[in-house]
Ligand binder design. Structure first.
Ligand code: GAL
Length: 381
Protein backbone atom coordinates (compact mmCIF):
# COMPACT_ATOMS: atom_id res chain seq x y z
CA UNK A 1 0.00 0.00 0.00
CA UNK A 2 1.32 3.46 -0.85
CA UNK A 3 2.03 5.37 2.35
CA UNK A 4 2.51 9.08 3.03
CA UNK A 5 0.35 10.37 0.18
CA UNK A 6 -0.26 13.16 2.73
CA UNK A 7 2.15 14.32 5.46
CA UNK A 8 1.96 11.76 8.29
CA UNK A 9 0.30 12.92 11.54
CA UNK A 10 1.10 11.54 14.97
CA UNK A 11 2.99 11.80 18.25
CA UNK A 12 6.62 11.01 19.11
CA UNK A 13 8.06 10.50 22.59
CA UNK A 14 11.41 12.28 22.15
CA UNK A 15 10.74 15.99 22.71
CA UNK A 16 9.12 15.61 26.11
CA UNK A 17 10.17 12.20 27.41
CA UNK A 18 13.57 11.37 25.88
CA UNK A 19 14.87 8.29 27.76
CA UNK A 20 11.91 8.36 30.22
CA UNK A 21 9.67 6.06 28.22
CA UNK A 22 7.72 3.00 29.31
CA UNK A 23 4.66 1.00 28.47
CA UNK A 24 2.33 2.92 30.82
CA UNK A 25 3.26 6.20 29.18
CA UNK A 26 2.62 4.81 25.70
CA UNK A 27 -0.71 3.28 26.69
CA UNK A 28 -1.85 6.48 28.40
CA UNK A 29 -0.74 8.46 25.37
CA UNK A 30 -2.75 6.20 23.07
CA UNK A 31 -5.76 6.65 25.38
CA UNK A 32 -5.26 10.43 25.34
CA UNK A 33 -4.95 10.48 21.57
CA UNK A 34 -8.46 9.08 21.37
CA UNK A 35 -10.08 10.87 24.36
CA UNK A 36 -8.72 14.33 23.45
CA UNK A 37 -10.08 14.18 19.91
CA UNK A 38 -6.61 14.12 18.30
CA UNK A 39 -7.38 10.81 16.62
CA UNK A 40 -10.60 12.18 15.14
CA UNK A 41 -8.65 15.21 13.96
CA UNK A 42 -6.43 12.85 11.92
CA UNK A 43 -3.42 12.03 14.11
CA UNK A 44 -2.71 8.32 13.77
CA UNK A 45 0.86 7.30 14.70
CA UNK A 46 2.20 6.81 18.24
CA UNK A 47 5.98 6.57 17.94
CA UNK A 48 8.55 5.63 20.59
CA UNK A 49 11.90 7.18 19.87
CA UNK A 50 15.36 6.19 21.11
CA UNK A 51 16.03 4.32 24.41
CA UNK A 52 13.44 1.52 24.21
CA UNK A 53 15.78 -1.50 23.93
CA UNK A 54 18.36 -3.27 26.03
CA UNK A 55 21.95 -2.21 25.46
CA UNK A 56 22.76 -5.51 23.72
CA UNK A 57 21.08 -7.81 21.23
CA UNK A 58 20.12 -11.36 22.30
CA UNK A 59 22.07 -14.50 21.36
CA UNK A 60 20.20 -14.69 18.03
CA UNK A 61 21.17 -11.17 17.13
CA UNK A 62 17.67 -9.82 17.78
CA UNK A 63 16.82 -6.48 19.36
CA UNK A 64 15.24 -6.86 22.79
CA UNK A 65 12.79 -4.40 24.31
CA UNK A 66 13.88 -3.32 27.80
CA UNK A 67 11.77 -5.56 30.11
CA UNK A 68 11.77 -3.00 32.89
CA UNK A 69 10.33 -0.29 30.66
CA UNK A 70 8.11 -2.61 28.62
CA UNK A 71 7.28 -5.61 30.87
CA UNK A 72 4.47 -6.89 28.64
CA UNK A 73 6.69 -6.82 25.55
CA UNK A 74 6.37 -4.91 22.31
CA UNK A 75 3.80 -7.15 20.66
CA UNK A 76 1.35 -6.57 23.51
CA UNK A 77 1.96 -2.84 23.35
CA UNK A 78 1.44 -2.73 19.60
CA UNK A 79 -1.78 -4.71 20.05
CA UNK A 80 -2.94 -2.16 22.61
CA UNK A 81 -2.21 0.79 20.33
CA UNK A 82 -3.91 -0.99 17.42
CA UNK A 83 -6.95 -1.72 19.60
CA UNK A 84 -7.42 2.04 19.87
CA UNK A 85 -7.52 2.33 16.10
CA UNK A 86 -4.04 3.89 16.04
CA UNK A 87 -0.74 2.89 14.45
CA UNK A 88 2.49 2.21 16.27
CA UNK A 89 6.01 3.36 15.45
CA UNK A 90 9.48 2.59 16.72
CA UNK A 91 13.01 3.84 16.25
CA UNK A 92 16.34 2.51 15.11
CA UNK A 93 19.50 3.78 13.50
CA UNK A 94 21.61 3.31 10.39
CA UNK A 95 24.77 2.94 12.51
CA UNK A 96 26.15 0.37 14.91
CA UNK A 97 24.58 2.22 17.85
CA UNK A 98 21.68 4.66 18.16
CA UNK A 99 22.33 8.27 19.11
CA UNK A 100 21.70 7.39 22.78
CA UNK A 101 24.02 4.36 22.54
CA UNK A 102 21.58 1.47 22.16
CA UNK A 103 22.12 -1.14 19.39
CA UNK A 104 21.67 0.24 15.87
CA UNK A 105 20.55 -1.73 12.83
CA UNK A 106 23.80 -1.62 10.85
CA UNK A 107 24.26 -5.00 9.17
CA UNK A 108 21.06 -6.24 10.89
CA UNK A 109 18.55 -4.46 8.67
CA UNK A 110 16.66 -7.53 7.46
CA UNK A 111 16.53 -9.27 10.83
CA UNK A 112 15.37 -6.05 12.49
CA UNK A 113 12.68 -5.46 9.86
CA UNK A 114 11.53 -9.03 10.54
CA UNK A 115 11.40 -8.32 14.28
CA UNK A 116 9.49 -5.07 13.76
CA UNK A 117 7.03 -6.86 11.49
CA UNK A 118 6.53 -9.60 14.10
CA UNK A 119 5.79 -6.95 16.71
CA UNK A 120 3.27 -5.41 14.31
CA UNK A 121 4.78 -1.96 13.95
CA UNK A 122 3.66 0.48 11.26
CA UNK A 123 6.36 3.14 11.25
CA UNK A 124 10.14 3.22 11.70
CA UNK A 125 12.11 6.35 12.46
CA UNK A 126 15.63 5.69 11.23
CA UNK A 127 18.46 7.83 12.60
CA UNK A 128 22.04 8.46 11.41
CA UNK A 129 24.39 8.20 14.41
CA UNK A 130 27.41 5.84 14.57
CA UNK A 131 27.47 5.16 10.84
CA UNK A 132 30.73 3.33 10.16
CA UNK A 133 32.92 5.78 8.30
CA UNK A 134 33.47 3.43 5.38
CA UNK A 135 29.73 2.77 4.94
CA UNK A 136 27.75 4.65 2.30
CA UNK A 137 24.79 6.49 3.90
CA UNK A 138 22.40 6.22 0.94
CA UNK A 139 23.01 2.47 0.70
CA UNK A 140 22.15 2.03 4.38
CA UNK A 141 18.80 3.79 3.92
CA UNK A 142 18.20 1.78 0.74
CA UNK A 143 18.94 -1.43 2.60
CA UNK A 144 16.53 -0.75 5.44
CA UNK A 145 13.88 0.45 2.98
CA UNK A 146 14.29 -2.76 0.99
CA UNK A 147 14.02 -4.84 4.17
CA UNK A 148 10.87 -2.99 5.28
CA UNK A 149 9.28 -3.16 1.86
CA UNK A 150 9.66 -6.92 1.95
CA UNK A 151 8.87 -7.75 5.56
CA UNK A 152 5.20 -8.54 5.02
CA UNK A 153 3.81 -5.38 6.65
CA UNK A 154 3.29 -1.82 5.52
CA UNK A 155 5.91 0.03 7.54
CA UNK A 156 6.43 3.71 6.89
CA UNK A 157 10.10 4.72 6.79
CA UNK A 158 10.88 8.04 8.45
CA UNK A 159 14.52 8.84 7.61
CA UNK A 160 16.41 11.06 10.02
CA UNK A 161 19.85 12.08 8.80
CA UNK A 162 19.23 15.78 9.49
CA UNK A 163 19.67 16.79 5.84
CA UNK A 164 23.35 15.73 5.90
CA UNK A 165 25.32 14.24 2.99
CA UNK A 166 23.18 15.94 0.30
CA UNK A 167 20.12 13.98 1.41
CA UNK A 168 17.83 15.63 -1.10
CA UNK A 169 19.77 14.12 -4.01
CA UNK A 170 19.10 10.54 -3.05
CA UNK A 171 16.48 10.22 -0.33
CA UNK A 172 13.39 9.88 -2.53
CA UNK A 173 14.97 7.01 -4.44
CA UNK A 174 15.67 5.04 -1.24
CA UNK A 175 11.99 4.41 -0.59
CA UNK A 176 11.78 6.58 2.56
CA UNK A 177 8.36 8.20 3.07
CA UNK A 178 9.59 11.30 4.87
CA UNK A 179 13.02 12.59 5.74
CA UNK A 180 14.40 15.03 8.26
CA UNK A 181 15.54 18.04 6.30
CA UNK A 182 16.83 19.89 9.38
CA UNK A 183 18.78 19.40 12.61
CA UNK A 184 16.96 18.86 15.90
CA UNK A 185 14.31 21.29 17.11
CA UNK A 186 14.31 22.61 20.67
CA UNK A 187 11.45 24.30 22.51
CA UNK A 188 12.35 27.90 21.62
CA UNK A 189 11.25 30.60 19.17
CA UNK A 190 14.80 30.89 17.82
CA UNK A 191 14.82 27.20 16.91
CA UNK A 192 11.41 27.41 15.22
CA UNK A 193 12.51 30.48 13.26
CA UNK A 194 15.82 28.99 12.13
CA UNK A 195 14.22 25.76 10.98
CA UNK A 196 11.37 27.51 9.16
CA UNK A 197 13.68 29.90 7.36
CA UNK A 198 16.08 27.13 6.39
CA UNK A 199 13.23 25.17 4.81
CA UNK A 200 11.94 27.74 2.36
CA UNK A 201 14.63 26.96 -0.18
CA UNK A 202 14.02 23.24 0.39
CA UNK A 203 10.41 23.17 -0.78
CA UNK A 204 11.35 21.99 -4.25
CA UNK A 205 12.38 18.67 -2.71
CA UNK A 206 9.10 18.04 -0.83
CA UNK A 207 6.11 16.17 -2.13
CA UNK A 208 3.74 13.25 -1.73
CA UNK A 209 5.26 9.90 -0.69
CA UNK A 210 8.44 11.58 0.65
CA UNK A 211 7.81 14.77 2.60
CA UNK A 212 10.41 17.11 4.10
CA UNK A 213 10.24 16.54 7.85
CA UNK A 214 10.91 19.79 9.73
CA UNK A 215 11.15 17.78 12.99
CA UNK A 216 8.63 17.09 15.71
CA UNK A 217 6.37 19.86 16.96
CA UNK A 218 7.16 21.67 20.19
CA UNK A 219 3.58 23.07 20.36
CA UNK A 220 2.26 22.87 23.93
CA UNK A 221 5.54 21.96 25.64
CA UNK A 222 5.90 25.32 27.40
CA UNK A 223 9.42 24.39 28.51
CA UNK A 224 8.51 20.99 29.98
CA UNK A 225 10.82 18.14 28.97
CA UNK A 226 12.94 15.41 30.53
CA UNK A 227 15.58 16.48 28.02
CA UNK A 228 17.36 19.50 29.50
CA UNK A 229 18.70 20.63 26.12
CA UNK A 230 15.26 20.68 24.50
CA UNK A 231 13.88 22.59 27.51
CA UNK A 232 16.92 24.85 27.91
CA UNK A 233 15.33 28.03 26.50
CA UNK A 234 12.20 27.82 28.62
CA UNK A 235 9.61 27.24 25.87
CA UNK A 236 7.49 29.53 23.74
CA UNK A 237 4.31 31.60 23.96
CA UNK A 238 0.98 30.33 22.66
CA UNK A 239 1.21 32.75 19.71
CA UNK A 240 4.66 31.42 18.83
CA UNK A 241 3.30 27.87 18.91
CA UNK A 242 0.50 28.95 16.56
CA UNK A 243 3.04 30.42 14.16
CA UNK A 244 5.15 27.26 14.41
CA UNK A 245 2.16 25.02 13.66
CA UNK A 246 1.10 27.23 10.75
CA UNK A 247 4.58 27.19 9.22
CA UNK A 248 4.88 23.41 9.48
CA UNK A 249 1.39 23.04 8.02
CA UNK A 250 2.05 25.40 5.10
CA UNK A 251 5.34 23.71 4.21
CA UNK A 252 3.76 20.22 4.24
CA UNK A 253 5.85 18.89 7.09
CA UNK A 254 4.67 15.74 8.83
CA UNK A 255 3.04 16.91 12.07
CA UNK A 256 4.39 14.75 14.88
CA UNK A 257 3.26 16.14 18.23
CA UNK A 258 6.02 16.40 20.85
CA UNK A 259 4.19 17.56 23.98
CA UNK A 260 2.58 15.45 26.71
CA UNK A 261 -0.86 14.93 25.21
CA UNK A 262 -2.18 13.51 28.49
CA UNK A 263 -1.99 17.01 29.89
CA UNK A 264 -2.73 19.62 27.22
CA UNK A 265 -4.03 23.12 27.87
CA UNK A 266 -7.11 24.30 25.99
CA UNK A 267 -4.82 26.55 23.91
CA UNK A 268 -2.67 23.60 22.91
CA UNK A 269 -5.71 21.56 21.91
CA UNK A 270 -7.06 24.47 19.87
CA UNK A 271 -3.77 24.69 17.97
CA UNK A 272 -3.23 20.99 17.31
CA UNK A 273 -6.85 20.41 16.38
CA UNK A 274 -7.49 23.46 14.22
CA UNK A 275 -9.19 21.59 11.40
CA UNK A 276 -8.75 24.41 8.89
CA UNK A 277 -4.98 24.54 9.37
CA UNK A 278 -4.79 20.73 9.33
CA UNK A 279 -6.72 20.76 6.04
CA UNK A 280 -4.03 23.00 4.51
CA UNK A 281 -1.35 20.52 5.60
CA UNK A 282 -3.40 17.53 4.47
CA UNK A 283 -4.59 18.96 1.16
CA UNK A 284 -4.82 15.98 -1.22
CA UNK A 285 -2.52 17.53 -3.82
CA UNK A 286 0.37 18.22 -1.43
CA UNK A 287 1.52 21.29 -3.39
CA UNK A 288 4.45 23.25 -2.04
CA UNK A 289 3.97 26.94 -1.25
CA UNK A 290 5.61 29.82 -3.07
CA UNK A 291 7.05 32.79 -1.27
CA UNK A 292 7.07 36.52 -1.43
CA UNK A 293 9.46 38.33 0.88
CA UNK A 294 9.26 41.92 -0.43
CA UNK A 295 8.48 43.90 2.66
CA UNK A 296 10.36 47.04 3.56
CA UNK A 297 12.33 45.47 6.41
CA UNK A 298 15.43 43.33 6.69
CA UNK A 299 15.30 40.29 4.43
CA UNK A 300 13.27 37.40 5.78
CA UNK A 301 11.63 39.35 8.61
CA UNK A 302 8.14 38.94 7.21
CA UNK A 303 7.33 36.19 4.80
CA UNK A 304 4.20 35.60 2.75
CA UNK A 305 3.46 32.12 1.52
CA UNK A 306 0.84 31.07 -0.98
CA UNK A 307 -0.16 27.49 -1.48
CA UNK A 308 -2.52 26.22 -4.20
CA UNK A 309 -5.16 23.86 -2.86
CA UNK A 310 -6.96 21.04 -4.59
CA UNK A 311 -10.33 22.82 -4.92
CA UNK A 312 -8.91 25.99 -6.51
CA UNK A 313 -8.61 27.93 -3.22
CA UNK A 314 -5.27 29.24 -1.98
CA UNK A 315 -3.81 29.13 1.52
CA UNK A 316 -2.14 32.41 2.42
CA UNK A 317 0.28 32.60 5.32
CA UNK A 318 1.85 35.80 6.68
CA UNK A 319 4.64 35.27 9.18
CA UNK A 320 6.38 37.91 11.26
CA UNK A 321 9.84 36.62 12.23
CA UNK A 322 10.77 40.07 13.47
CA UNK A 323 11.03 40.88 17.19
CA UNK A 324 8.70 43.84 16.82
CA UNK A 325 5.38 44.67 15.20
CA UNK A 326 5.61 44.62 11.41
CA UNK A 327 3.17 45.73 8.73
CA UNK A 328 2.86 45.75 5.00
CA UNK A 329 0.67 44.52 2.20
CA UNK A 330 0.52 41.82 -0.39
CA UNK A 331 -0.28 42.64 -4.02
CA UNK A 332 -2.55 39.92 -5.36
CA UNK A 333 -0.91 40.32 -8.76
CA UNK A 334 2.23 38.80 -7.18
CA UNK A 335 0.18 35.67 -6.59
CA UNK A 336 -0.97 35.62 -10.17
CA UNK A 337 -4.41 37.24 -9.77
CA UNK A 338 -5.43 39.58 -12.63
CA UNK A 339 -5.47 43.23 -11.52
CA UNK A 340 -9.04 43.70 -12.78
CA UNK A 341 -12.24 41.71 -12.58
CA UNK A 342 -11.24 39.30 -9.82
CA UNK A 343 -10.92 39.41 -6.07
CA UNK A 344 -10.20 37.18 -3.12
CA UNK A 345 -12.79 36.13 -0.60
CA UNK A 346 -10.69 35.76 2.56
CA UNK A 347 -11.31 33.60 5.61
CA UNK A 348 -9.14 33.84 8.75
CA UNK A 349 -8.26 30.29 9.82
CA UNK A 350 -7.25 31.11 13.40
CA UNK A 351 -9.99 33.61 14.21
CA UNK A 352 -12.52 31.59 12.16
CA UNK A 353 -13.81 34.79 10.64
CA UNK A 354 -14.88 35.79 7.15
CA UNK A 355 -12.92 38.88 6.10
CA UNK A 356 -14.99 39.64 2.98
CA UNK A 357 -13.88 40.18 -0.60
CA UNK A 358 -10.66 42.05 -1.28
CA UNK A 359 -9.29 43.33 -4.57
CA UNK A 360 -5.74 44.11 -5.69
CA UNK A 361 -4.08 44.00 -2.29
CA UNK A 362 -4.42 43.13 1.37
CA UNK A 363 -2.75 44.95 4.27
CA UNK A 364 -1.49 43.11 7.33
CA UNK A 365 0.03 44.27 10.61
CA UNK A 366 1.38 41.58 12.87
CA UNK A 367 2.79 41.73 16.41
CA UNK A 368 6.23 40.14 16.90
CA UNK A 369 6.31 36.42 16.01
CA UNK A 370 2.61 36.34 15.08
CA UNK A 371 1.10 34.98 11.92
CA UNK A 372 -2.06 35.32 9.90
CA UNK A 373 -3.42 32.30 8.09
CA UNK A 374 -6.09 32.78 5.44
CA UNK A 375 -7.95 30.63 3.01
CA UNK A 376 -8.72 32.54 -0.19
CA UNK A 377 -11.40 31.81 -2.72
CA UNK A 378 -10.96 33.41 -6.14
CA UNK A 379 -14.14 35.33 -7.04
CA UNK A 380 -15.23 36.98 -10.27
CA UNK A 381 -16.43 40.53 -9.52
C1 GAL B 1 18.61 12.52 17.03
C2 GAL B 1 17.29 12.78 16.31
C3 GAL B 1 16.25 13.11 17.35
C4 GAL B 1 16.12 11.96 18.32
C5 GAL B 1 17.48 11.61 18.92
C6 GAL B 1 17.41 10.35 19.77
O1 GAL B 1 19.57 12.19 16.10
O2 GAL B 1 17.47 13.85 15.40
O3 GAL B 1 15.02 13.40 16.72
O4 GAL B 1 15.61 10.84 17.62
O5 GAL B 1 18.45 11.43 17.92
O6 GAL B 1 18.65 10.01 20.31
Amino acid sequence: MAMAAKPPLGWNSWNTFSHEINETLIKETADAMVASGLKDAGYEYIVIDDCWSLRQRDENGRLVADPEKFPSGMKALTDYVHSKGLKFGMYSCVGTRTCADFPGSFDHEFIDAETFAEWGIDYLKYDYCFKPRSAHGPTLYRRMAMALRNCGRDILLSACNWGNDNTTEWIRSTGAHMYRSTGDIIDSWQSIKEIAQSQMAMQKFAGPYCYNDMDMLVVGMYGKSHNSWIASKGGCTTEEYKTHFSLWAMMNSPLMIGCDIRDMSEETKAILMNEDILAINQDPEGRTPYFCKEWDHEPDTVVHMFKPLENGDYALGFFNFYDDVCGGHVEFADMGLPTRGYGLQLYDLWEKKDLGIHTCKFSVTLPAHHCLMLRAKIVKL
